[in-house]
Write a protein that binds this ligand. Sequence first.
Ligand SMILES: [Zn+2]
Ligand SMILES: [Zn+2]
Length: 119
Amino acid sequence: MNSEPTGIEADRARGIVTISWADGHQSSYTASQLRWACPCAVCHGEWGRPGVLAGLKALEPEEQQLTDLLAVGPYAVTPVWASGHSSGIYSFEYLRTLCSCEQCRLNPGNPPSATSDRH
Ligand SMILES: [Zn+2]
Ligand SMILES: [Zn+2]
């Protein structure tokens, strides 16, 4: 498993985050994809309780507008959303499991973790 990034690019205008990994792989995420995957306790729930995202079908545009991407130590990033929400800490390992490119879907290098939630 290689979840070490060598480069992160956040294109706020287009709402696309691109991560280059140490093994040469590249992943692109749309802002809304990342927003729906927010792992914070409010969005995702905790201790078996569902989070608010589980009860939503759509998000307000400002919830999906990326205003910033902050580094959290050497192992994670936190997106800041136009709504002010910024409590999701996305570890690189988690982000790698979110990669939805054809290669990762067909040959998942990382088994989906128990915490990943498919909509
Ligand atoms: Zn959240
Ligand atoms: Zn991939």
